[in-house]
Write a protein that binds this ligand. Structure first.
Ligand SMILES: [Zn+2]
Ligand SMILES: [Zn+2]
Length: 264
């Protein structure tokens, strides 16, 4: 790669939560180059919607078109990596393994992620999380997230895992408050991280939490510091969904790498 640091988590209009009004690959290139940072495109790739929703950007084999476009960009710009943020679902392990067999080699970087312990109700959408919390209590929702995260890591389908504790994006004392019986301890997140270390899986230090009331990365600085000390391999991602956000995140991404390097 051309530059010293890489933002491993950048979304384009290929992501369903941005779609046609969002940025293209090309829109990011100039800013990245001027600021000396490599970028890895990590658009959402969710098998459930790819199978069931014809408005989903990757529906009906469009991954081939994606690869063609991104490979063209990579041929010209030596600071670009191709990647995907692939959703894990409990009942999809066989399909996910098949997907990785078929496409794993075509991308530089594929990361596993858990947004929907209950399909259709992502914990990363505040409105849909509130809908989920109308059906299940908060302890159950958090427990389900951690249990399924553990299964995702143990499955070893992915070599990289995104935002280990993104369940706390909205469930925290500053936003949707957990009940006193909900285990929101650092230990719980640390144990997921330790499971990644044990399975030789890279952990994301995802800076996107800084834009929510929780105002901290996923996982927190204290947790990532401890995991680094215990031998975790860490990549940094801004989780940008817009050019502006990407631009303002560049200095934070570089600072995060410098901070991680200093940890003994
Ligand atoms: Zn995500
Ligand atoms: Zn993302």
């Amino acid at each position: 790669m051309k530059f010293k640091y890489t933002d491993y988590h950048v979304h384009t209009k290929w992501s369903h939560d941005i779609k046609e009004f969002g940025p293209s690959f090309e829109d990011y290139l100039d800013i990245a180059e001027r600021n000396n940072i490599n970028l890895c495109f990590l658009d959402h790739y969710e098998l459930y919607y790819i199978e069931n929703d014809e408005t989903y950007p990757f529906y009906d084999g469009k991954i081939e078109q994606y690869l063609e476009e991104i490979d063209n960009v990579k041929a010209t710009y030596d600071f670009v990596l191709s990647g995907l943020e692939v959703d894990y679902y409990l009942d999809y392990e066989i399909k996910l393994r098949e997907f990785m067999d078929d496409y794993g080699k075509d991308f530089n970087f594929i990361a596993g992620t858990l947004h929907e312990p209950h399909i259709g109700l992502p914990v990363t959408s505040r409105d849909l999380l509130i809908e989920l919390l109308g059906k299940k209590d908060v302890k159950q929702v958090v427990d389900d997230f951690f249990r399924q995260s553990e299964m995702m890591i143990k499955s070893q389908i992915f070599q990289n895992i995104c935002h280990l504790d993104t369940i706390f994006r909205y469930i925290n004392i500053r936003d949707l408050k957990p009940t006193s019986d909900t285990d929101v301890s650092d230990d719980r997140v640390l144990n997921l991280g330790r499971l990644c270390i044990k399975n030789n899986i890279n952990i994301e230090y995802n800076l996107s939490g800084l834009k929510f009331p929780i105002n901290r990365p996923f996982p927190s600085t204290a947790v990532i510091t401890q995991l680094k000390r215990e031998g975790a391999k860490i990549f940094v991602g801004s989780d940008s969904h817009s050019i502006n956000y990407f631009q303002t995140s560049i200095s934070k991404v570089k600072k995060a790498y410098k901070f991680l390097k200093k940890i003994g």
